[in-house]
Design a protein around this ligand. Structure first.
Ligand SMILES: NC(=O)c1ccc[n+]([C@@H]2O[C@H](COP(=O)([O-])OP(=O)(O)OC[C@H]3O[C@@H](n4cnc5c(N)ncnc54)[C@H](O)[C@@H]3O)[C@@H](O)[C@H]2O)c1
Length: 257
């Protein structure tokens, strides 16, 4: 019970990494506020949490919309009194070299992946500051550190999230709030499956080439990242402040040839 009694809000937790984190956090004693744009997927996550005998509720909100994000935070405070953990996980992919990306696609990727970190933090932080306590986990990616083909818009957002994490940490350290970033490598989720199916003629061959750029041999699973998020959410990581945590099978620091 590493999160016993904690209140945790996880954006985009109807699928993939967010869902795995919601289930793990709940199993470890947290009450989880499952957020997603997709109500069906979000409700399914909560059903699984409740089915395990743990606690969770679903709140539908678009992380890019100030009014709905503010309402989500206020609903959480009204129901549970405070927020201990905010996991800014929701995100979308952006495919293409820079000249191939249309302006509306660029803007949507920026909006979900950066504004979607800014808004939930903006509305949750005053409550954390009042209690002088909190852990914020921002979803970056190993692409913030290395160049990868045809991911211009996406890489720009994940680099921004890493830079934002460090500045947030400086501003909120006086309030005993920790802000850290997760930098996963390729994790097999619906997000990556869509990307592979839409970007490659032979998705199976693409998976093999993705494996080659890692040292681990296998691609990551959502549960691998959820465990890292659990560490950042818990008091066990109390000395981690403004840090990137890599869960990438050696992509950033290893070289496979
Ligand atoms: N899968 C990977 O390989 C990988 C690697 C590094 C980083 N990430 C990041 O991890 C996060 C989760 O990715 P995933 O692979 O689990 O993806 P996923 O597509 O499986 O899940 C993302 C969830 O976010 C929700 N969402 C999208 N836009 C939203 C919005 N505007 N408001 C609220 N919810 C919204 C989706 O409905 C979906 O349920 C993303 O930020 C992604 O960039 C993923």
């Amino acid at each position: 019970m590493r999160l016993a009694g904690k209140i945790a809000l996880i954006t985009g937790s109807g699928s993939g990494i967010g869902k795995a984190a919601a289930l793990l956090f709940a199993q470890e004693g947290a009450t989880v506020i499952v957020n997603d744009l997709d109500a069906q997927k979000g409700e399914e996550t909560v059903q699984e949490i409740v089915g395990m005998g743990s606690k969770g509720i679903f709140i539908q909100a678009d992380v890019t919309d100030p009014a709905s994000v503010q309402a989500m935070v206020e609903q959480t405070i009204a129901a549970f009194g405070h927020i201990d953990v905010l996991f800014n996980n929701a995100g979308i992919s952006g495919v293409g070299a820079l000249h191939e990306v249309e302006p509306d696609v660029w803007d949507r990727v920026m909006s979900v992946n950066i504004r979607g970190v800014y808004l939930p933090s903006k509305y949750a932080l005053p409550h954390m500051m009042q209690r002088k306590s909190g852990s914020i986990i921002n979803m970056s990616s190993c692409i913030a550190e290395i160049g990868l083909a045809k991911r211009a818009s996406y890489s720009a957002t994940k680099g921004a999230v890493l830079a934002l994490t460090k500045s947030m940490q400086v501003d909120y350290a006086p309030y005993d709030i920790r802000v850290n970033a997760l930098l996963p490598g390729t994790i097999l989720t619906p997000f990556v499956e869509n990307y592979l199916n839409n970007s490659y003629e032979n998705p199976e061959a693409a998976i093999e080439s993705l494996k080659k750029r890692q040292l681990s041999g296998e691609l990551g699973r959502p549960e691998d990242v959820a465990k890292a998020a659990l560490f950042l959410a818990s008091d066990e990581s109390k000395l981690m402040m403004g840090s990137p945590l890599y869960i990438d099978g050696g992509v950033v620091f290893g070289k496979n040839a």
